[in-house]
Design a protein around this ligand. Structure first.
Ligand SMILES: C=C1C[C@]23C[C@@]1(O)CC[C@H]2[C@@]12CCC[C@@](C)(C(=O)O1)[C@H]2[C@@H]3C(=O)O
Ligand SMILES: O=C(O)CCC(=O)C(=O)O
Ligand SMILES: [Fe+2]
Length: 352
């Protein structure tokens, strides 16, 4: 069965891995200076409105989620049944990892044709300037890399990642049905979700992100605007603002952290599956001069051998399929090559 790493073997991503320790810089170097206007697309946000916060115990949750997906391509959830202690544990893994000395982190560096490990965001290769962040990607078991980072007590860290992965998988099952139900797609209609529709065979990557404090945040960029290649992404952010989503015609809007909340992003593969009804959300991260920001993204896609295409129930004589069928690996390869043009690259007919 092809693994996620295969996408990058065919499309290696060359990102400069040696970079200064961001914590030690008193001034923003030229190589990290984005233009003044990069934070501003000149479209003022229409109102103070931001992505909705949805209580998963609300009997109307499915309807609210449907509305959020159509309008924003994102929402936050509370009462998601993930224990706060587990969220704190995974955040602690991130904090501990990113506070290691540079030479130690480099021992677990992501290789150009690899999927996992420490490094700059892989989308860095598409931009002339560097982003004010560092990341660590986990695909499958982190054991080999964690053994390099913490030769004595890597087990402790591996155990937290395993428990987090299991808990996220369960939440994915819940969220996928809340989203698909409102599109009229049932468990019988999506065979690859498994006989009980639990989405147990999904494939995921865990991305730990750190955005150190920045001496000149107005001219820096934490993570440049992108959509995720996933079905959905579940994001835990510590209590520090920085994440913004782009609302069509409405400009950039901050997703303020909510205590115990998780941000859910519609990814490109759900965009394709829903035949464009649930658009994947364009998002970015800004930085600040006061507190380090940490986030943990659970990027979830279908099982490796499954082809995602616009669902038959969302296609008809007046609604042609807008996208061709792709596996996650194929799509990650397309993304590695075309970045934010990947969706249009797999589009069948031009937007009307
Ligand atoms: C499965 C994956 C999705 C992702 C690339 C990756 O191999 C693991 C990291 C993910 C991430 C996180 C930051 C933004 C992003 C665009 C990137 O460069 O790495 C996403 C990738 C994606 O969703 O395409
Ligand atoms: O740090 C964040 O809030 C967003 C991270 C993100 O977009 C990603 O990891 O794909
Ligand atoms: Fe993202």
């Amino acid at each position: 069965m092809p693994s996620l790493s295969e996408a990058y073997r065919a499309h290696p991503v060359h990102v400069q891995h040696k970079h200064p320790d961001l914590n030690s810089l008193q001034e923003l170097p030229e190589s990290y200076t984005w233009t003044h206007h990069s934070h501003d697309d000149h479209t003022p946000a229409a109102s103070n409105e931001s992505v909705p916060v949805i209580d998963l115990n609300d009997p109307n949750a499915s309807k609210l989620i449907h509305h959020a997906c159509i309008t924003w391509g994102a929402y936050q959830v509370v009462n998601h049944a993930i224990p706060m202690s587990l969220l704190q544990d995974i955040q602690w893994v991130g904090e501990t990892l990113f506070s290691l000395p540079c030479h130690q982190k480099q021992k677990a560096a992501r290789s150009p044709d690899g999927a996992d490990g420490y490094g700059l965001a892989r989308i860095s290769s598409f931009f002339p300037k560097l982003m004010w962040s560092e990341g660590f990607t986990i695909v499958g078991s982190p054991l080999e890399h964690f053994r390099q980072l913490w030769p004595q007590d890597y087990h402790k860290y591996c155990d937290i990642v395993k428990r987090y992965d299991e808990a996220m998988k369960k939440l994915v099952g819940k969220l996928m049905w809340l989203m698909l139900d409102s599109l009229g797609i049932t468990k019988e209609d999506l065979k690859w979700a498994g006989s009980k529709g639990q989405f147990k065979k999904t494939c995921a990557a865990l991305q730990l992100n750190s955005y150190p404090t920045c001496p000149d945040p107005d001219r820096a960029m934490g993570l440049a605007a992108h959509t995720d290649s996933t079905l959905l992404t579940i994001l835990y952010q510590n209590n520090i603002s920085g994440l913004q989503v782009h609302r069509k015609g409405g400009g950039w809007v901050t997703v303020a952290p909510v205590p115990e909340g998780l941000v859910i992003n519609v990814g490109d593969l759900l965009h394709i599956l829903s035949n464009g009804l649930y658009p994947s959300v364009l998002h970015r991260v800004l930085v600040n001069r006061i507190q380090q920001r940490l986030s943990v993204a659970y990027l979830c896609g279908p099982p490796p051998n499954v082809e995602i295409c616009p669902h038959a129930k969302l296609v008809g004589p007046n609604k042609p399929p807008l996208y061709k069928a792709v596996t996650w690996n194929e799509y990650l390869g397309t993304k590695a090559k075309h970045f934010n043009k990947a969706l249009s690259n797999v589009r069948l007919c031009a937007p009307s």
